[in-house]
Design a protein. Structure first.
Length: 166
């Protein structure tokens, strides 16, 4: 059975962790609180580092959610401006600006949520080489109708999943 962490069970755990956070050397902390330097180092590596990573992840998530909340509020306001200007022909310029702003905000929101990729997208089904290759495959399979159906079904299902065919 693993031995309990000396610092986790120490009565002055908070002070020890505060000393480490303030940059005090592990050796001095160990001497001050009557433990080994290895105990201090192990505690920081095995317990505090994991807690700090979890806390940072929570902060990052909260920040992302806050940005999304603000963006949604801006979207709502922009849409209200757009709706208000559509009825007045003198305000079409403002309406167009609102439309442009809404589009940019939707793109930003999609990027933040991971729904929009900035990388290149290739639709292989439109590529002339793929069209020729597909025709070649189906001609080669004319003598094997069962195989032809299986291949056609597999290609269709792959296309439905939206994955590219290599």
């Amino acid at each position: 059975m693993a031995r309990a962490c000396t610092i986790c069970s120490h009565a002055q755990r908070a002070e020890i962790e505060l000393s480490v956070a303030n940059g005090a050397p592990n050796r001095r902390i160990a001497a001050q609180y009557g433990m080994s330097e290895t105990s201090v180092r192990r505690h920081m590596a095995e317990h505090i580092s994991k807690q700090a990573a979890k806390q940072q992840a929570r902060l990052d998530e909260a920040k992302t959610l806050d940005v999304l909340a603000q963006l949604r509020a801006i979207n709502a306001t922009t849409l209200r401006i757009l709706q208000a200007t559509q009825a007045n022909p003198k305000m079409y310029g403002l309406a167009l600006q609102a439309i442009d702003r809404v589009q940019k905000q939707i793109e930003l929101q999609a990027k933040l949520l991971g729904d929009l990729s900035e990388g290149p997208q290739i639709d292989i089904h439109l590529d002339p080489q793929w069209v020729n290759m597909r025709e070649l495959i189906f001609r080669a399979l004319e003598a094997f109708p069962d195989a032809r159906v299986v291949v056609a079904q597999a290609l269709y299902e792959e296309g439905q999943r939206g994955r590219s065919i290599a």
